[in-house]
Design a binder for this molecule. Structure first.
Ligand code: RIB
Length: 300
């Protein structure tokens, strides 16, 4: 079973700050780093590190995109379906505050250049039963979902960033929806993540909803229901934690692990990622995740 991760690739400009800059304010930064990111790239790397066969599809800039491709390849992701365009790659300007929380400004760049022909070409490399992983940082999402579904691919959607998604995306074709609490409530319309996930299941019976609850843990609402509490660790930088969670969940799922095991593995990977700076740079290896779970189990 192959995974097609059709998604964004960004250069992340990360600034450590005392607090997020307010309107009209100018503040000094404490530290700066440039790393590869983008929800698509982060999720591709996390799925590959979890042991899955991952093909990334998308667009990078001809001039500034090489580092994005090299980084994916160095982490075991196939980049033969990434196209080069004669304009700038996507980028993100990220502030990380003293609590490890982030605030992100996105520039779409080549991520917004997906074409109808490209979708047909990319999906021609996959077949029924393969998995299509998507986020909301590229254009043409509804078309990609429809064509992937027509081929019989399993559709995995992380609707981040959430703006505009509910109105445009055919949620009735989505098999797995990865959301945080806020996204669950916005899409599902309930007062809590649990209530919203329940409503989504009623509206879209084919869908399994996987919802991260921050420090409280994560839940799965599908044919099976599951909960796993968060590990108690100190956050240095939460950027990319959701991507790491999704990557290890899906990477475990394609290895036929059960829902409880997928949830445990994803929660452990996210706990490790928030203890390091950066997005793609903070994704742990499978060995690190397994060791962490073993250590935590011994402590219980
Ligand atoms: O989820 C984290 C990612 O969001 C960052 O890598 C940044 O590029 C934005 O896409």
């Amino acid at each position: 079973m192959k995974i097609c991760s059709f998604g964004s690739l960004n250069i992340d400009y990360i600034y450590s700050v005392e607090h997020f800059v307010h309107a009209g304010e100018t503040i000094p930064t404490l530290d700066r780093s440039n790393v590869c990111g983008g929800k698509g790239l982060n999720q591709s790397i996390a799925m590959a590190k979890a042991g899955a066969s991952v093909y990334h599809a998308g667009n990078v800039g001809a001039v500034d995109g090489q580092l994005l491709l090299t980084t994916l390849q160095a982490n075991g992701v196939n980049v033969s379906l990434v196209s080069r365009q004669n304009t700038a790659s996507g980028h993100a300007i990220i502030q990380v505050d003293a609590k490890g929380e982030n605030s992100i400004l996105l520039f779409g760049g080549t991520n917004k250049m997906v074409t109808e022909e490209q979708i047909v070409h990319v999906l021609s490399h996959f077949e029924a039963g393969d998995v299509l992983v998507l986020q909301n940082e590229i254009n043409m999402l509804p078309q990609i979902i429809r064509q992937g579904h027509e081929k019989g691919m399993k559709i995995v959607l992380n609707p981040s960033p959430i703006a505009g998604i509910v109105e445009t995306v055919p949620l009735e074709l989505v098999d797995l929806l990865f959301v945080n609490e806020e996204e669950a409530c916005l899409i599902g319309g309930g007062a809590t993540a649990q209530e919203s996930a329940g409503r989504l299941r009623e509206r879209y019976p084919q869908m399994t909803v996987i919802c991260t609850l921050g420090k409280k843990g994560a839940i799965v609402y599908g044919e099976e229901e599951a909960f796993f509490p968060s590990y108690n660790v100190k956050a240095v930088d939460t950027t990319g934690a959701g991507d790491t969670f999704l990557g290890f969940y899906v990477g475990s799922m394609v290895k036929n692990m059960g829902v409880d095991e997928c949830l445990k593995c994803a929660t452990a990977a996210a706990a490790l990622s928030i203890q390091k700076k950066g997005a793609s740079t903070s994704i742990p290896t499978l060995t690190e995740v397994e060791q962490f779970i073993a250590d935590m189990t011994t402590k219980e």
